[in-house]
Design a protein around this ligand. Structure first.
Ligand SMILES: *[C@@H]1O[C@H](CO)[C@@H](O)[C@H](O)[C@H]1NC(C)=O
Ligand SMILES: *[C@@H]1O[C@H](CO)[C@@H](O)[C@H](O)[C@H]1NC(C)=O
Length: 486
C-alpha cells in the first residue's frame, strides 16, 4: 500500500471515532482587499454587533502585496474586539495558479497566523476552508495537510463528482481528508444550463440535507451557506440567481437542520451583490461593479443585519424549530426587519445586452421579513408599492415574511399594532420602469425597518413616473409588450 493511502485509511478509521460537539458558529465570508486598518476594525465591530462570530477570510492570490498588511490588521482588530475569530479561506479558483491553484501557496500565511489567539479553532485545531477544490486529487490534498500539521479542515469541494448527493463514492474518496464539509452553491437556486449548481428553488435545502446526512453518518460536521442573492455584471460575467425569499427560507431551514457551522455569503463581496457589510471605496475601484454597488447609501445592505442578528441568536440557542416563535425579537417592545427589492422591472427599458443570464428568475416583487416582540398584539404589515397597498395580518410575535407585487414608484413598509405604526421602512430608491443605471441592475435595494421617529425621509424618484415619460418611451414599452405576445 502506498504510504499516503495507508495514512488515508488510518485517518478514516480514527475520524469515525470522533464525536462532534454541538457548536453553532456563524462566520461571514470576507473578501480580502486593500482595506485600510480603520475600516477593517469597523467591519469587525459591525459584524460583532450583528452577532457574527468571525470572518472567513477569502484570499485569492496570497502573494499580492496588500495581503499580509491587511491580514495583520484584521487579526489586531479581532484581538482588540475580544471574542471575534478569523480563519483562512483559500480561494484556489482565484489564486493565480495556472493549474487551478494549490494550497501550498498559502503555507507561509497559515503558519504565521494559525497560532494567533484570534485564529478560529475547532476541537483545538485551527479551522481552514476553501473556495473550490483546485482540481487536485485526494492524495495531493492529503500530502499538503501533512505538510501543515494539525488542522480542522472544512473545505468547499462542492464542484466534485457526487458531492451534492452525499454519494458513498465521494465519501470513500474525500472523507478521510475532511473534518467537515461546506457547500457553497447550495445558497442560491440553480441557474438553468449544463454543469450549473444550486438549490432546486428559493431557499430549498435538498443539497444540504443530502450532504449533512452523509457527513453526520461519518461523524463529520456541516457548514451551511446563507446568502441573499447573486447578481454579478462584471469581469466577463453577467448572471443572476435570486434573491427574493431565499435568505429567509434558508434561515428557517438552518434552524430546522442545526448544522454545526453557518457561513454568510458574504460580508463584503460587492461585485456579487450579496454583501451585508460595508463596501469601502479603497477596496475596489473598478468601474464595472461601481455601476451597481457603491459606497453610497443607495446600495447599502446593512438594513438586513438586525434580522440576521435575531436569526443568529436563535441558531446559537440550538432550540428545535417550531415555527415563527422560534425566532424571537431582541426584546418584547422590539421590531426588527427589512424590505428588499430590485429597482428594475420586467418592463424596464434597459439595453437587452445588459440583462444577466437568468434575469427572468425570481418575482416582480417587494420582499419583507420582520421579527416582532412579544409585547405587541393585533399586528399587521402594510406594504405600499407605487400606487397600491397590501395588508398582511400577523398571527403572533416572532418571525414573519412574504412578498407582494411590485409597482414602479415609491416603496414603503409599515408595521402596525392596533392601528398604530410601530415600525417603518422607507427612503429606499424607487422602482423604475425606465433604466436609470443604463444596465439591467438586479442588485437589491434594502430598506431597514426602524422606529417611525427615526426613519429616513422619502427620497424623490430619480426618474419620472410612467405617465410623464415621453411618447417614445411609452411606444417602446408598448412595442415590447406586443412582441411578448407574438
Ligand atoms: C468546476 O469544475 C469544472 C470542471 O472540472 C471546472 O471547469 C471549473 O473551473 C470548476 N469550478 C470551480 C469553481 O472550481
Ligand atoms: C449604511 O447604513 C447604516 C445604517 O443606517 C449606516 O450606519 C452606514 O453608515 C451606511 N453606510 C453608508 C456607506 O452609507
Amino acid at each position: 500500500m502506498h504510504p499516503s493511502r495507508f495514512l488515508l485509511a488510518t485517518t478514516a478509521l480514527l475520524a469515525t471515532c470522533v464525536q462532534n460537539v454541538h457548536s453553532a458558529v456563524v462566520f461571514a465570508h470576507y473578501m480580502l482587499g486593500n482595506i485600510n486598518a480603520d475600516h477593517v476594525a469597523q467591519d469587525i465591530r459591525d459584524a460583532k454587533l450583528a452577532g457574527i462570530d468571525g470572518f472567513s477570510l477569502n484570499i485569492g492570490d496570497p502573494s499580492q502585496p496588500f495581503v499580509l498588511p491587511v491580514v495583520t490588521s484584521l487579526f489586531a482588530a479581532a484581538q482588540a474586539a475580544g471574542t471575534f475569530h478569523l480563519h483562512i479561506s483559500m480561494d484556489l479558483y482565484a489564486s493565480g495558479d495556472a493549474a487551478g491553484g494549490h494550497p501550498g501557496l498559502y503555507n507561509a500565511l497559515l503558519k504565521q497566523f494559525m497560532g494567533h489567539p484570534n485564529y478560529f479553532h475547532m476541537n483545538a485545531a485551527p479551522y481552514v476552508t476553501t473556495f473550490s477544490d483546485g482540481g487536485l486529487q485526494n492524495t495531493e490534498w492529503f500530502n499538503w495537510k501533512v505538510s501543515i500539521g494539525t488542522m480542522y479542515f472544512c473545505p468547499n469541494f462542492d464542484n466534485t463528482t457526487g458531492y451534492t448527493t452525499g454519494a458513498d463514492g465521494w465519501w470513500d474518496y474525500w472523507g478521510p481528508i475532511v473534518d467537515c464539509v461546506f457547500s457553497w452553491d447550495a445558497a442560491w437556486p440553480v441557474r438553468p444550463g449544463p454543469g450549473n449548481q444550486g438549490s432546486a428553488s428559493q431557499g430549498s435545502d435538498e443539497i444540504d440535507v443530502a450532504v449533512m446526512t452523509a457527513a453526520t453518518k461519518r461523524g463529520k460536521a456541516y457548514n451551511m451557506p446563507l446568502s441573499t442573492l447573486q447578481y454579478k455584471d462584471s469581469y466577463g460575467t453577467n448572471i443572476y440567481r435570486p434573491g427574493d425569499l431565499t435568505l429567509v427560507k434558508r434561515m428557517e431551514n438552518i434552524l430546522r437542520l442545526q448544522p454545526q457551522f453557518v457561513t454568510i455569503i458574504s460580508w463584503n463581496d460587492g461585485p456579487e451583490s450579496h454583501y451585508i457589510g460595508n463596501i469601502w471605496p479603497e477596496q475596489n475601484t473598478d468601474a464595472e461593479p461601481a455601476r451597481y454597488v457603491s459606497a453610497g447609501r443607495r446600495w447599502n445592505h446593512s438594513g438586513l443585519r438586525p434580522l440576521i442578528k435575531d436569526f443568529i441568536l436563535a441558531y446559537a440557542a440550538g432550540l428545535p424549530y417550531t415555527g415563527s416563535a422560534s425566532l424571537p425579537a431582541l426584546g418584547p417592545a422590539s421590531v426588527e426587519g427589512a424590505m428588499w427589492y430590485r429597482t428594475v422591472t420586467a418592463q424596464s427599458t434597459c439595453p437587452p445586452s445588459t440583462h444577466p443570464d437568468n434575469a427572468a428568475a425570481g418575482g416582480e416583487v417587494v420582499n419583507w421579513a420582520i421579527v416582532v416582540g412579544t409585547g405587541f398584539t393585533d399586528v399587521s404589515v402594510r406594504v405600499t408599492s407605487g400606487p397600491s397597498s397590501t395588508t398582511f395580518a400577523i398571527s403572533g410575535p416572532g418571525f414573519h415574511y412574504a412578498s407582494v407585487q411590485k409597482n414602479p414608484g415609491q416603496q414603503k413598509i409599515e408595521v402596525l399594532s392596533k392601528g398604530a405604526v410601530i415600525g417603518l421602512g422607507q427612503g429606499g430608491r424607487c422602482v423604475s420602469a425606465l433604466c436609470p443605471d443604463g444596465i439591467y441592475n438586479m442588485n437589491d435595494v434594502v430598506v431597514g425597518i426602524g422606529s417611525p421617529i427615526v426613519a429616513p425621509p422619502v427620497i424623490a424618484c430619480d426618474d419620472r413616473p410612467i405617465h410623464c415619460q415621453s411618447a417614445y418611451v411609452r411606444w417602446k414599452a408598448l412595442l415590447k409588450s406586443w412582441n411578448a405576445f407574438s
